[in-house]
Write a protein that binds this ligand. Structure first.
Ligand SMILES: [Fe+2]
Ligand SMILES: [Fe+2]
Length: 624
């Protein structure tokens, strides 16, 4: 113990002071006769005689031991004025040992309390880290909290990016409260040349008290470019690995320049002392686990995003004419949903979709027609009432009938030439020829009628009447075993007055929404995406309850589905990719939407926002 750090003993007694200070103790003691200004290092106060009355405990520090012969002072050690010099010597040596022990205990308590504080900070940070899902926010939090915990000026974070051939170290984030810099993420090959690279590869923590003292013989070197460009002076630098659950290093944390380093302890000379390093190492592990989780969640999102895109492409591959429809509906839907709050319409004032809800709505919109995979391709891609093979059969039958009529005519003509007199022959031949021509004209007309009726346009009453004539047309000895040219089934198909689908086919197409619901229910959605089946399955519901598949009432249709309905109808009207109908202009399509809203079928306020906020302009007018 040197003279400065030697404990002081105050002696409140003149005579005793002289006696004690003349004695030779085994340790150095600073003797003070009266109260000194700084009594923080006072080991003991010896109070005797007349000074008992003047003494006040507040004059002394809390760890000071009071030695007195008067019980009223509640001394720590009772003494007597009649002590011999040897007794004094032993007593005072005991006092010094006691005092040193007390000091040591206080130091341990201080360390313990600071460690407890660090532990408490660390557990609070851990909870906050595990709650943060956004990777960028998480990384900022790790750095900011780490810097606060380390009580240092700056901190940096690096992530390892593993690649098949060579891995990279990504300098992801840095902060320094003393200097401002225009930081941009950097990537560099992972090797041991840099401090961070060395730690990332070896897993060793580097605790350097002054980076400018590095000798150059180390495998790593300090990159001074930041100091040179900013004028900042890096001194202490602590670089430690971030290890995840599997003990795998996923990145590196770096802390620099402690602000208030504790007084150096010979056994632990580093500014970033052992206890702090342990705490920061725990933080680095917590951060690694949180980052790992966040990356995992991000990967799951990417995986799911890929799955949704692939599913949509698969649906649209079955029905190429509607390609791009789901993606466009998703774009319109999200844009409209995000415009509701700022529309100024009272009922949308409190509608705010969180990031997760927007994601949920986007997936629902992308998958709204997912159920089309359950609709037969024949119906799904049907653009005419009869498919090519059935049309061919009909044409063949008419052609066969024409040939039969002609054969019958020649046969009959031959018979007439043998049977009928010459004068009457010409007349009768002319008559049967006229009948033949009439029949052939009728069959020609039927051919044209079939072609026209086969188109998915509106079928007028006259054409329908003629189709009935075709149905009633009788044939003899036909090889197809029926007495009519057209089957009942084909007649019904051609008789569809609007579009190309029969009632049964229309119901099959409509069943895609029920399939959407059933299929989407099979997916074990996470809680934040659980409403996807319900939202997607209600895109053909109408506010008056006339929609399908459930015939929901207005109150039962989620607002997300109502938004999607507007997007779905608008895209179906304006889409350029359906060969059986020409696309309509934005103006006409918006007019149709408005009429639907006026009839109370779709949400009029949503249509208003769709028009006024010009959501429809999101995708250029496709009309041709
Ligand atoms: Fe649909
Ligand atoms: Fe759709």
């Amino acid at each position: 113990m040197d003279s400065n750090s030697a404990p002081s003993i105050i002696v409140f007694d003149d005579g005793l002071f002289k006696t004690l200070s003349s004695l030779n103790y085994s340790c150095k003691i600073n003797w003070l006769k009266v109260e000194s200004e700084d009594q923080s290092d006072t080991a003991a106060a010896i109070i005797m005689g007349e000074f008992v009355q003047k003494f006040h405990k507040k004059l002394l520090n809390s760890s000071c031991l009071v030695l007195a012969d008067d019980e009223s002072l509640q001394p720590d050690i009772k003494i007597s004025n009649s002590f011999t010099p040897t007794q004094w010597q032993r007593t005072l040596e005991l006092v010094i040992r006691l005092w040193l022990g007390k000091q040591h205990l206080e130091a341990i308590e201080t360390d313990l309390s600071s460690l407890k504080q660090q532990q408490s900070d660390l557990s609070e940070i851990s909870i906050a880290l595990s709650a943060e899902k956004n990777l960028d926010k998480l990384l900022s939090m790790v750095l900011e909290e780490g810097r606060r915990l380390a009580d240092c000026e700056g901190a940096s974070l690096f992530l390892i990016h593993e690649q098949e051939s060579s891995s990279e170290l990504i300098f992801k984030l840095t902060l320094n409260e003393s200097v401002e810099s225009n930081f941009k993420e950097k990537r560099f090959p992972l090797n041991k040349k840099s401090l961070s690279g060395y730690v990332a590869i070896t897993g060793e923590t580097l605790n350097i008290n002054d980076v400018y003292w590095l000798t150059g013989s180390e495998p790593y070197a300090f990159d001074s470019s930041f100091d040179e460009s900013t004028g900042y002076k890096t001194r202490e630098l602590l670089t430690m690995p971030m290890r995840n659950y599997d003990d795998k290093i996923i990145g590196v944390l770096q802390f620099l320049n402690r602000k208030n380093p504790e007084q150096n302890d010979e056994s632990d000379p580093n500014s970033f002392n052992k206890d702090l390093c342990k705490t920061l190492s725990a933080l680095a592990s917590q951060a690694a686990v949180a980052i790992d989780n966040s990356l995992l969640i991000e990967n799951i999102h990417n995986l799911f995003e890929g799955f949704v895109s692939a599913s949509v492409k698969a649906i649209e591959a079955r029905d190429p004419v509607t390609s791009g429809h789901s993606f466009r509906v998703a774009d319109y839907t999200i844009e409209l949903a995000q415009s509701l709050r700022k529309s100024g319409i009272a009922k949308f004032k409190n509608i705010h979709f969180s990031r997760d809800e927007i994601r949920e709505l986007r997936y629902a919109a992308l998958l709204h027609d997912f159920g089309k995979v359950g609709v037969s391709e024949r119906v799904l891609v049907k653009s005419t009432k009869l498919d090519d093979s059935r049309l061919e059969i009909l044409r063949f039958r008419i052609h066969w009938q024409k040939q039969k009529l002609q054969k019958d005519f020649y046969k009959k003509s031959l018979q007439l030439t043998h049977k009928v007199e010459r004068e009457a022959l010409a007349i009768q031949l002319k008559q049967i020829e006229e009948v033949l021509e009439e029949e052939l004209r009728k069959l020609d007309y039927f051919e044209k009628l079939i072609d026209e009726s086969n188109k998915p346009t509106i079928l007028d009453k006259e054409s329908h009447h003629h189709l009935c004539d075709l149905k009633c047309y009788q044939v003899d000895s036909a090889p197809w075993g029926e007495s009519t040219l057209i089957s009942e089934d084909d007649f019904l198909r051609l008789s569809v007055t609007r579009g190309s689908l029969t009632e049964q086919e229309r119901l099959e197409i409509q069943s895609h929404v029920s399939h959407t619901y059933e299929y989407l229910l099979q997916i074990p959605w996470t809680p934040d995406l659980k409403n996807i089946p319900k939202i997607a399955a209600a895109h053909h519901e109408k506010l008056d309850g006339s929609g399908y598949p459930f015939g929901l009432s207005a109150a039962e249709i989620p607002v997300q589905s109502r938004v999607m309905t507007i997007a779905d109808i608008y895209d179906a009207l304006t889409a350029r990719d359906r060969p059986y109908k020409s696309s309509l202009s934005a103006e006409i399509s918006l007019d149709i939407l408005q009429k639907e809203a006026d009839k109370g079928l779709i949400d009029a306020d949503l249509v208003k926002v769709f028009i006024e906020a010009e959501i429809y302009k999101l995708i250029p007018d496709q009309a041709v």
